[in-house]
Design a protein around this ligand. Structure first.
Ligand code: 4AD
Ligand code: MG
Length: 431
């Protein structure tokens, strides 16, 4: 008998097969036993009939508990009422391990309980779907950059200095010295892009932000891309192409998972057509003020502002030319309007807000030194970074996309805590 996966059952109607997995649910009517099996690739119902069963099999079925691990054998049958179109007529059962009473039941559990049991919660159908979509997005991102000729050069995690501001650094002991966990791989990527032209990194990123919001993790994954001779407008186009590529891939390959999540995919489909609006910071502020926000020119957008603004559009939108005063030290001022920088954020629709931050970088060594001083960053630590402007400086630009925020939007989730296998939050380090 062939051992197969649930994803392979569809084409095997009429055949005898064996499946290995876990019992995620069961019920018995006395003469019929319905075993709901999940095997990590999908879910299927196995129907056992007492009349047709050797007594030992029937007795073993009575020993099953939720999440017991089993090998089942049976005949594949077409079943139009099942979501997958098939079920198994059970013929055999081998118990691998009878599970103790499973803590996650059918009743509504609070988020804290579920997070405390995250190691088990990930087995639920919804969490499985989210993690598959996460995988699809991460893999599509890598493929997109591979196809575009970008070289993956990962940046170090132990770093001596800040990139995105000094307030949210995680400090760790480093032998007799100290180090910081990386807030962004960007500075190193600027070095590798001067070597390899187009580069990207994809890794964990750490920020000790004391924000308890639905968008913040203390450890998250960010893909950052950087290219020599790319200006801020080409940078924006690259971001749009990348997002379109990812959306098409997920819509194409993860339709079943989106359905499990009951995701309304209308906005995802619209977004997959591209043509993302591009709005100047100053125009975005004016638009928000008209919508009733008390935001002033020069302020950064709050999460509420982003939500209000993105609800005006049916697809992601770029905001570009933020005030230099509220942005990172390395962003290049617009030569014709130096109050604003050649940067952009990409805000996801449906109230999700910022998923990408990017900019053209300062390529002038004197200006960069000045900015480093203004931001009170340690001059010595930035000597190698300044070297990139001393030895063959070129216009260059790049961006970073947050994986978890992208997963949250694409899956339509309330909170980023469900977008990563084991979330790290202000008040959570376990399991
Ligand atoms: O806008 P950020 O801070 O940009 C950078 O780090 C640049 N160095 C990127 C670059 O130009 N190479 O962060 C980029 C993205 C955000 O748009 C968001 O999606 C995600 O990283 N992000 C977070 N995701 C989850 N939790 C947090 N605390 C996050 N902080 C940023
Ligand atoms: Mg940002």
């Amino acid at each position: 008998m062939a051992e197969i996966l649930v994803t392979e059952v569809g084409g095997k109607v009429g055949e005898a097969v064996e499946l290995k997995g876990w019992v995620y649910n069961f019920r018995s009517s006395g003469s019929i036993f319905f075993l709901q099996l999940r095997d990590g690739t999908g879910r299927i119902q196995v129907v056992y009939s007492k009349a047709e069963m050797p007594e030992v099999v029937w007795n073993d079925l009575q020993k099953l508990t939720i999440e017991s691990s089993v090998a089942v054998s049976g005949l594949v049958k077409a079943e139009p009422r099942s979501p997958s179109g098939v079920e198994l007529g059970g013929t055999g059962l081998a118990i691998v391990s009878v599970a103790a009473e499973y803590p996650i039941g059918k009743k509504d559990h609070g988020p804290d309980f579920l997070l405390n049991n995250r190691h088990l919660w990930i087995r639920s159908a919804r969490q499985e779907a989210v993690l598959r979509i996460r995988n699809e997005i991460a893999f599509a991102l890598r493929e997109f950059f591979y196809e575009r000729g970008f070289i993956n050069t990962d940046s170090p995690i132990f770093t001596p200095n800040a990139v995105e501001g000094t307030t949210d650094l995680f400090e760790v002991k480093y032998f007799d010295d100290k180090a910081y966990l990386s807030q962004s791989g960007q500075l190193y990527l600027e070095a590798t892009s001067a070597a390899l032209r187009k580069t990207y990194c994809f890794g964990p990123t750490f920020r000790s932000e004391k924000s308890k919001t639905r968008r913040h993790l203390t450890e998250f994954w960010m893909l950052e891309a950087e290219a020599s001779f790319m200006d801020w407008e080409e940078n924006i186009q690259l971001q749009e192409d990348m997002m379109v590529y990812v959306l098409r891939r997920v819509l194409d390959r993860r339709a079943v998972d989106l359905k499990t999540l009951e995701r309304d995919i209308t906005t995802l489909q619209t977004s997959a057509q591209g043509n993302f609006p591009r709005v100047h910071y100053t125009d975005a502020v004016a638009q928000l003020q008209k919508l009733g926000s008390d935001m002033k020119d020069g302020d950064d957008f709050g999460a509420d502002d982003e939500t209000i603004l993105t609800k005006q559009y049916d697809r992601p939108m770029f905001i570009h030319h933020y005030p230099a005063a509220i942005k990172a030290f390395y962003m290049k001022p617009d030569p014709s309007d130096p109050v604003h920088v050649l940067n952009n954020d990409l805000l996801a629709p449906e109230g999700y807000g910022e998923v990408i931050g990017g900019s053209q970088r300062i390529d002038d060594v004197t200006l960069l030194e000045q900015r480093i001083a203004e931001h009170q960053l340690p001059h010595a630590d930035f000597q190698w970074y300044l070297d990139l402007r001393r030895y063959g400086s070129v216009p260059h630009a790049g961006f970073g996309i947050g994986l978890e925020r992208s997963v949250a939007w694409i899956c339509g989730l309330e909170h980023v805590r469900e977008t990563i296998p084991f979330p790290r939050l202000l008040n959570r380090l376990t399991p």
